[in-house]
Ligand binder design. Structure first.
Ligand code: GLU
Length: 269
């Protein structure tokens, strides 16, 4: 089977309504597809955002808190809530999931990284679906994106997980269809790139900064994820999370979103 080991990253905007409440319909569709892919014999890892947004809503706060302490508190509440719902849906589809929360140190320090790799392998070998997020309640790095950056954001985190696990494919499900030549809302004839085989300076320039038009995490973090994945010999696809069923077509090799093609792992040796 092509692309047996798969990492799928889903962003807050796909998982939650603007109120911060979980978008159960969207989550359930995603879980159904992932469960089905696991049933096909694929090894599936889900990297999920949403903890802070869900926690904010759950704690009855009107908006995302400003203070780091409250953000970390919201992450603790929201993570628990999210896992409860994921577990419920995965159980309905007869799958077992596991929670893995990471900080930068866990992937930077070689012996911890090795333990982590073994944990992922052990879970994947028996068909369990690891569900990963940054450990926001102990790590300020990700919440304060851009500063003291080790993992930084879940786009980068998912690429690091893909590299660590030797994944064959990383899919970022976002609120945008892929990499465009310009802001598609401001420039209706902006071109969607179907395939990128090299991160040229021109491509990198199109990314803009975090929080720009390219979506919540920004295209910059997606391109930094692409760099990590491609260097590890793993293709990466950016596709719109509004349609998680697109994962089937992506795995069939259809032209969905933007595919960043890596050189084959054998060529990298
Ligand atoms: N880890 C954060 C959360 O669960 C999200 C970070 C991101 O979207 O990149 O709320």
């Amino acid at each position: 089977m092509n692309e047996k080991r798969l990492v799928v990253k889903v962003g807050t905007s796909t998982l939650t309504h603007s109120s911060g409440a979980l978008n159960l319909h969207s989550m359930e569709r995603l879980v159904r597809v992932l469960s089905d892919l696991s049933g096909e014999g694929r090894q599936v890892i889900l990297v999920t955002s949403g903890a802070i947004a869900v926690g904010t809503a759950r704690m009855g706060l009107e908006q995302r808190p400003d203070s780091l302490g409250m953000k970390q508190a919201a992450a603790a509440v929201g993570q628990c809530r999210m896992m409860h719902i994921y577990d419920k849906f995965f159980t309905e589809y007869n799958r077992t999931m596991a929670q893995i929360l990471l900080t930068g140190d866990d992937v930077e320090e070689p012996s911890r990284a090795e333990h982590l790799r073994r944990t992922f392998s052990a879970l994947l070998d028996i068909g369990v679906i690891p569900v990963v997020n940054e450990n926001d309640s102990v790590s300020s790095a990700e919440i304060e994106t851009g500063r003291h950056k080790v993992l930084g954001d879940n786009d980068t985190l998912s690429a690091i997980v893909a590299r660590l696990c030797g994944a064959d494919l990383l899919v970022l499900l976002s609120d945008i269809d892929g990499l465009y030549s310009a802001d598609p809302r401001a420039t209706p004839d902006a071109k969607l790139f179907r395939q990128v085989s090299e991160l040229t300076p021109e491509i990198l320039q199109m990314a803009g900064g975090a929080g720009s038009w390219q979506g919540t995490g920004g295209m910059a973090t997606k391109l930094s994820a692409a760099k990590i994945a491609m260097e590890a010999g793993c293709d990466m696809v950016i596709a719109n999370g509004a349609n998680p069923e697109a994962l089937y077509e992506i795995l069939e090799g259809k032209k969905i979103g933007t595919r960043f093609t890596a050189r084959k792992k054998e060529e990298l040796l």
